[in-house]
Design a binder for this molecule. Sequence first.
Ligand code: GLY
Length: 432
Amino acid sequence: MIILLVGTGAREHALARALSLDPAVTQLHAAPGNPGIATLATVDGTPVTLHGVDALDPVAVASLAGAVKADLVVVGPEAPLVAGVADAVRGTGIPVFGPSGKAAMLEGSKAFAKEVMAAANVPTAEPRVCRTSAELEDALDTFGAPHVVKDDGLAAGKGVVVTSDRRSAVEHGEAIIDAGGVVVIEDFLDGPEVSLFCLCDGETVVPLQPAQDFKRALDADQGPNTGGMGAYSPLPWAPADLVEEVVREVAQPTVDEMARRGTPFIGVLYCGLALTSKGTRVVEFNARFGDPETQVVLARLATPLAGVLLAAAQGRLSEIAPLAWRDDAAVTVVVAAQNYPDAPRKGDPITGIDEAEQVETVHVLHAGTTLDHRGTLLSNGGRVLSVTALGDSLAEARERAYAGVDRIVLPGSHHRRDIAARAAAGEDLLEA
Ligand code: GLY
């Protein structure tokens, strides 16, 4: 199978790694990929090929898919999906794993997602859509602190502010309105958060295993929101029937509602959930795999990935065998650039990746990296690397991941030291 993967982050590196390990994959192409993806090869030794194509250009991606004779195109990030890349590829007759631009609005507009959830009776926080400062102030008064202020549109991980400081809430909301955007204010949801990825083919839903992400920049969930500073899976503290419940109450009704509207959802429905004292609630939907949760979920998936994604793209998920999972636990720790998430410094040299990968099971996934003209690896973004490890237990996976992190040298970088710590110590997060 020839696969074209669209995207450039650590999520795409994790996808590329899983696809490269699938014996059914004979060629793997990435557009544009990254220096880590460039080091991969398929099982028969064919190196991955990178293509300098703009992932946001639907015509260019569709044309590349045709040129490389792709059997399947996998779109990683949300922006190409919302830009209609999957539509353009699908228009050429090539199967594509990723929703249409219209279906990707489940992520592209928080207000749209809330409307779909209301129609499908999916439990979520009550929203208020605000287009003016007066509406914003009124909504903040109505819901009270802690304030949840979301940019309706895509904001590359910077759209959500959760704060008890009303002034910060107003500033964030007004900045969105001043830029011509729309703000969604929501009720605060208490309880631990869980990410569950559901593979969808427009009708059938196949859940993966749940993971937990760490969104705040600093230990003990302090500091600003980020795109995610680390993740782990499985979640020993989560209810045994969580996945079943989320498929029944959230994913399947949403997929059914999207089909009813004539915009079937094909790809990953990322269910961001809060396990609140009043029950499971949707915090957000995304229309793609999460980053960094994908790094741990795919590390645990034993079923070869390519056939599953192709089945989803071709509407055949009901025919596949149940997914198989390794018993191992997985932990990933994000190494972030100096000043991330505000104004990450770029251009710092990165060393120690080979040394990190000498730690048992550790693999280092690239996100914000680039090579200079001499082939030196430099930082080139906020989240630079995801250091991922497996273990018999979360404690062992965590120990290995941090042993890997400690061998990486990136001047000014920072990372959290408490990824998976509470779960590894056996804490019941539902009791906390
Ligand atoms: N980890 C959060 C996200 O992928 O949106």
